[in-house]
Design a protein around this ligand. Structure first.
Ligand SMILES: [Zn+2]
Length: 441
């Protein structure tokens, strides 16, 4: 490392010789006039909020969330159009770990493998898994009824690598007898081999009551649903709430807009400011659900969407022993604060599961490898796993780079497979066999 530094110093010195000594006459002269960068027309730079008087110099404090008004665009603002500049290519020459496979057979608790209904589909998925070092996956798109039966039937020979979940559906929730009917379908699914249930963000911001209000996760009609999962001791993989930027006004100060969302005039798809419930309402209902059903094991997708506020996430995990979380689609945010999140993962190492939100069409270089790089290495400022890409190639979850948390092996094993095995004990022989084959038991 010292050598790298001294080379950098040398480059800096050399470039100073070339640039810094140039006579003023050769420098471009500052331009003035309308539209130029003058003190009067310079847009306000964001600055860190000031600590209240009560915080002593040198002490650490946590600023509040920005207000809706501070993110809202100025009146009359219109979108600048669909084109988002591509991610700039970094010019920093930084050390990179050569990595393409997970160090241990990871269990990806969050995969969308739609149409897994033939042995060819399973075989091709398993070839992908072998190539990236994935031990097993949870397929959240098992569906219900005949679709689920077909997936389970075709998947029987691959049960050691793919765990199919029944997919929750709120269809008909406002009709009498829905709770009993859906609970019965869950029971049928569990008996037929479904190893858990996935609940999408339907609850909280999708399904509605007849009066137009949103159905939250603590709705009493869901009590028999959570109870059925507890009866069979199957995990409920639940996605509630959303990326925090979706709750804020659309405009250039919203980092998700900047990355490429809502760029077409009139497009507000998935933005919840004004149209959805506030995230606090969804978060509160989720807490009620955990509290009312202590025997149901919940795995909260995407760090419970609390990646924006580690204190809230710590509170959820501290208060509800039946709450676990998985990291899918948050690596781009966790990787922005790698030192803090490393401490957090070490502290909650028994509660955090690996997940990606991937599907069989994602490729290694821009999706799977960055996950390994993030968890296993201290590599800095690399491209994050792009969950979504805009037309121009910009990563829709954020135009920035991330740094790795370099987890120690003991914690990496927990995040990659041990914590998942608590929920899916039937995968243990498969994972142990794979560890033995790698010589890393
Ligand atoms: Zn997902």
């Amino acid at each position: 490392m010292r050598r790298v530094l001294s080379i950098l110093v040398l480059i800096v010195t050399v470039s100073c010789v070339a640039d810094c000594g140039a006579p003023d006459a050769q420098r471009p002269q500052p331009r003035t006039g309308p539209g130029q960068d003058t003190a009067e027309n310079r847009p306000e730079m964001p600055v860190e909020p000031k600590a209240p008087q009560t915080v002593k110099e040198g002490d650490v404090w946590i600023p509040p969330m920005p207000s809706m008004e501070s993110i809202a665009p100025s009146p009359g603002w219109v979108t600048s159009g669909p084109d988002v500049p591509p991610m700039p290519i970094t010019l920093l020459r930084l050390p990179r770990t050569n990595i393409s496979r997970a160090k241990f057979p990871a269990i990806d608790f969050h995969v969308h493998a739609r149409g897994l209904q033939t042995s060819e589909a399973y075989e091709s998925l398993i070839r992908l898994m072998d190539s990236i070092g994935m031990g097993a996956i949870v397929n959240l798109n098992g569906g219900t009824g005949e679709d689920l039966d077909a997936a389970l039937r075709a998947g029987e020979p691959y049960r050691d690598r793919v765990a199919n979940f029944i997919t929750f559906s709120a269809e008909g929730i406002n009709e009498p007898g829905w709770s009993e009917r859906f609970a019965a379908e869950m029971e049928r699914a569990f008996k037929a081999g479904a190893r858990g249930m996935k609940v999408a963000k339907t609850l909280g911001q999708g399904a509605k009551n007849p009066d137009g209000t949103f159905i939250q996760a603590d709705d009493p009609r869901l009590d028999p649903i959570w109870a059925m999962a507890a009866k069979y001791d199957r995990p409920v993989m639940i996605h509630t709430s959303d990326s925090i930027g979706r709750f804020y006004p659309i405009g250039p100060k919203n980092e998700r807009y900047e990355a490429g969302l809502w760029r077409r005039p009139g497009d507000t798809e998935g933005n919840l400011y004004r149209t959805g419930p506030p995230h606090e309402v969804i978060e509160k209902a989720r807490e009620n659900m955990h509290r009312k059903h202590p025997k149901t094991r919940f795995v909260n997708a995407h760090m419970a969407m609390l990646y924006y506020d580690p204190q809230k996430l710590a509170h959820l995990l501290d208060t509800y022993p039946n709450a676990d979380v998985e990291i899918s689609a948050t690596v781009q945010d966790l990787g922005r604060a790698p030192r803090m999140w490393r401490d957090f993962i070490l502290e909650y190492q028994d509660r955090i599961l690996f997940g990606t939100d991937g599907n069989p069409n994602r490729n290694a270089d821009d999706f799977w490898t960055p996950h390994w790089r993030y968890l296993e290495t201290y590599d800095e400022y690399f491209y994050h796993p792009a969950q979504v890409r805009t037309e121009g190639g910009s990563p829709g979850h954020g135009r920035w780079n991330i740094s790795g948390v370099g987890l120690p092996d003991s914690v990496l094993r927990k995040v990659y497979y041990e914590n998942a095995l608590r929920h899916l004990p039937s995968l243990r022989p498969s994972i142990e066999k794979q560890l033995a084959a790698r010589g890393s038991r």
